[in-house]
Design a protein around this ligand. Structure first.
Ligand code: UDP
Ligand code: MG
Length: 312
């Protein structure tokens, strides 16, 4: 029988883990597909009882495994650890809060079995139940990143997807430190089919994404999949240079014709401030890339496993 591995990243999800576990297996038992399941909980440095719950579930259910990190490394690290540990012929990634409905797995499996696709991914058709500001910012992020990047990042895409073994192996070949999975899944290629579904509210607990985390995540997405901001910096520089050259010419001609009365202090300050601001802005862009490069070069592990029941 074929095996589907399901990776479930969890950060402080004591309220949601058991509901997920029960709902997941209740749902897949109703499926009419001949597969076995392996559930891998990844504890991303939870400070609540999440790890205890995982440990006890894994003890009495051999289909369930867990990996626990020494601290919070972020969902990207958790997904990577899960992908590395998964042994399945197919691998799925799901949130523990049931916002990714397990019932879709049967449909995904059947579709992937039809052939022609290596990945069946889910996307939300709306963002109901989310703060309007967050939806708005997410929307702006997707249009911006798609404008400046060659890799398409699908609007509303979830990390929820079922991938073939060969696609997972390709994803694992990308060893970068700053992982932005939505970009990586698209970058590795293969054919992806999309399934839309209506947004579902969390089963229990609260969202683990603070505004700061989301902003960092968007910056990662931009810096990891496009170098266009660097080009923007040079274009701005050239534009300033052209304007400056024109001004120099105008001033020389004016001085030759009308002499040189000292004036224009306010405009001088404006220009200095403008150029200074532009300079800092573009250095900031360069700095973003430099910072990522620095982390990449250090080549630190993307996560540290504290405890797991998986023998390698
Ligand atoms: N998560 C994680 N590490 C983090 C943040 C989130 O493993 O640093 C997990 C979280 O436990 C959940 C999933 O990632 O299973 C999605 O998080 P959440 O539901 O809070 O995000 P939202 O659905 O609100 O975008
Ligand atoms: Mg969620």
């Amino acid at each position: 029988m074929e095996l589907i591995s399901v990776i479930v990243p969890c950060l402080n999800e004591e309220e949601a883990i058991e509901i997920f576990y029960r709902t997941f297996f209740d749902t897949v038992e109703m499926f009419h597909i001949p597969v076995d399941y392996e559930l891998i909980f990844v504890d991303d440095g939870s400070t609540d009882a999440s790890l205890n719950l995982m440990r006890s579930i894994a003890k009495y259910d051999r289909r369930v495994h867990y990996i626990s990190f020494s601290r919070n490394f972020g969902k990207e690290g958790a997904m990577l650890a899960g992908l590395k540990a998964a042994r399945g012929d197919y691998v799925a990634i799901m949130d523990v809060d049931l916002q990714d409905p397990p019932r879709l797995i049967e449909q995904m499996y059947n579709k992937i079995k039809e052939g022609g696709y290596d990945c069946i991914a889910a996307k939300r058709s709306d963002r109901k139940g989310e703060p309007p500001l967050r939806s708005f910012m997410a929307d702006r992020f997707y249009s911006f990143v798609n404008k400046i990047s060659d890799t398409e990042i699908v609007r509303g895409a979830r990390d929820f997807r079922l991938m073939s073994r060969r696609m997972v192996n390709s994803v694992l070949e990308l060893g970068e430190y700053n992982r932005f999975s939505k970009g990586i899944f698209s970058w590795v290629g293969y054919n992806t089919a999309w399934i839309s579904y209506d947004n579902i509210e969390r089963s229990a607990g609260k969202t683990k994404w603070s505004l700061k985390k989301l902003i960092d995540y968007s910056l990662d997405g931009i810096v990891a999949f496009s170098t266009k901001p660097l080009a923007i910096a040079s274009v701005l520089g050239i534009a300033c240079l052209v304007v400056a050259l024109i001004f120099i010419l105008v001033i020389i001609v004016k001085t030759l014709i009308w002499g040189d009365p000292v004036a224009g202090y306010p405009s001088l300050i404006c220009v200095i401030l403008l150029i200074g601001g532009l300079e800092l802005f573009t250095i900031g862009i360069v700095g973003q890339y430099l910072a990522k490069l620095y982390l990449e070069v250090k080549n630190r592990p993307k996560y540290i496993t504290k405890e797991t029941d998986i023998r390698s």
